[in-house]
Design a protein around this ligand. Sequence first.
Ligand code: NBG
Length: 809
Amino acid sequence: MEINKEELRKSIVYNLKMLFRREVTEATNEQMYQALSYALKDYIVDQWMTFHKKCEEQDAKTVYYLSMEFLVGRALGNNIINLKALNEVKEVLDELGFDLTDVEEEEPDPALGNGGLGRLAACFLDSLATLGYPAYGCGIRYKYGMFKQQIENGFQVERPDNWLQHGYPFETKNSKYSIRVKFGGYVRMVQGDDGREHFTQEDALSVIAVPYDIPIVGYNNGVVNTLRIWDAQAVNDFNLDSFDKGDYHTAVEQENMARTITEVLYPNDNHYAGKELRLKQQYFFVSASIQSAVSKYMETHDDIKKLYEKVCFQLNDTHPTVAVPELMRILLDDYHLTWDEAWEVVSKSCAYTNHTIMSEALEKWPIDLFSRLLPRIYQIVDEINRRFTGMLNQKYNNDPKKIESMAILYNGQVRMANLAIVAGYSVNGVAALHTEILKKEQLKDFYELWPEKFNNKTNGITQRRFLLHGNPLLAEWCTEHVGEGWITDLTKLSKLIKLKDDDDELITLADIKNKNKLRLADYIMKHNGVAVDPDSIFDVQVKRLHEYKRQLLNILHIMYLYNELKTNPYMDIVPRTFIFGAKASAGYRRAKAIIKLINNVGDVVNNDPSINGKLKVVFIENYRVSNAEMIFAAADVSEQISTASKEASGTGNMKFMLNGAITLGTMDGANVEIVEEVGKDNAVIFGLSAQEVIEFEHNHEYDPKTVYNSDMRVKKVVDQLVDGTYTQEDPNLFRELYDSLLNEDQYFILKDFAAYAEAQKKIDEKYRDQHEWVRSSLINIAKSGKFSSDRTIQEYVDDLWHLDKVKIK
Ligand code: NBG
């Protein structure tokens, strides 16, 4: 879109006046951020309305991406880029005496997600809009997003993230589409006019779901989709019925429910909190989203039985699985379809994505809780289960093993993954290896029953945020050599391969990396007070803190390197800066101990002059989307060292690759596909394979003590966890980590230690040959095309959603 600079300037000035009663010369950066955001929103809303109309005119099929999490990151910079208004905005701000980077820094980072799953949802919305497909992201407007992490004396401390404090300019409250959601009460059967039985929910508590819409701007194409996040409002403000009836108690309960339900995001990753409030949150946003999707469809169609022709629902993990019985409920109770008719609609419109093989992340709700909170929904789940297990018993001659693994209701629990698989038309994993493991292990019985439902959709990331916005220097270099096409077709970067032996260009590329390392070094100096050497290898592990991701393996290896340097200060190694960033769930003790360990090791190593600055260890506080963009741009080494089989895909690995870092990883998740693209010489791979890990898990033949007793390097670092080297204040600080390694080592850290140390040596050797290193870096960038979320979304559209592209002109 053409942005007229004069108009933009006027609009900013006007907004400053109206919002803050300020002249430009008096405005703060924060006020400028608001004023500029509103000015851009003005352009966006025009496109938004037009696109909406076009979708309706063309009766285009729409996907509803249901997700508890959307980790969208800052919007201002991204919107400027997608509107293709960067130069205009920069110039106008410059004239007004402001710097865009400083202004962008004022935006809170809406942290409505934990990690990969939520960020993936955000990348998908960006790609859907850029490809021109109609889509709604549906989620929750948490008042407090992911906590802010502070490091105090090496410990993680969680602080509230009040991202809405100063108002969020890009959202629009849309009260007119508010919807009532009911909890509890009891189910009553009524005889319908049609002679059939119908059910209603009586004496329920209600809350009102109020939608807030956030525009999702496609890249330079006039498309604007909607991220609709729901806030809860008490019914009492909305409708005085409880008070009217004098039911004071109900009114107060409803008020409380409304206040708590969207209060906070559960800070968990690959683990679920079996909390009642979490189930309430799930039903709250799912019910509101499905009800609104159905009514929107019915505004322009008359046959509810054909809903699936125009609407599909993608379930982002098990969290929104109540969508299945909720849609059944609407079809049965509100539209009076028969069970079979309703089931046909549901099973043709719902699809499920699995994001983990970790069994503790597959949600299972106690039946008593579930049925008390959602009585009508439970009744429907019970009926789905009755029919399904009846079919299983018939097919498998009453084999109890099949019921044990596949039933939806079992052992007093509602198993959400099973419900999603039984009802949905598709089950997909998020990387080839992950999908294969699901088929052969976790979901084997389902795969045998319905092989046709299973498919893989390897994750992707949006290059608009993680290259164009996050790494402008590299982005410009890419454009210079292959044109702008890569911005919407990342495979175009493959043309960079022609430069892999061009010495001048390799020098330029190294220079860009260096500048990005300087930018990060400044940030580290500012935030950590640690001076890091931009000529050292920037070796980075940033992701959620989880035992399976093995930050512990990384830090144990650093402790080993430090031991080596202490015994031989002249050891010839390339100086290394190890950079970590990770939030641990508040209640995850071991994860928090690992953060403390990293910080304690950092304190010792960084302050030891005898090693001549050859090692530095930095823990970046409050890792989030905004600092991630800068970190990826500056990385030389991308640590992707999860226990093979455990990381479903990973998406950080792709962001590093796109920014030219070399993967140091296991054959896990999407690493496998990264290696496939770049070749074995352009990544460093080590460790047990997924197959080997799974075999050990089955045969229980691994004993970490044998490694501990035979490898002196391992023995020494493990002992150092408890001998006071890093625990002056409290010798028992890391006792639990020590015990977990020696007694169980569930994630094969000691087993993989030697291979990891060897791989780290290879990194050192490879880096010495700068020419070779930069060449590998270039090959990584050039081969990253496959990992665009544009490719992933196109696969979802072609295989599962069958959406129509909307014509704008
Ligand atoms: C995460 C996986 C990652 C994967 C993302 C996105 C959950 C439950 N799963 O490996 O751990 O990249 O999902 O698919 O958060």
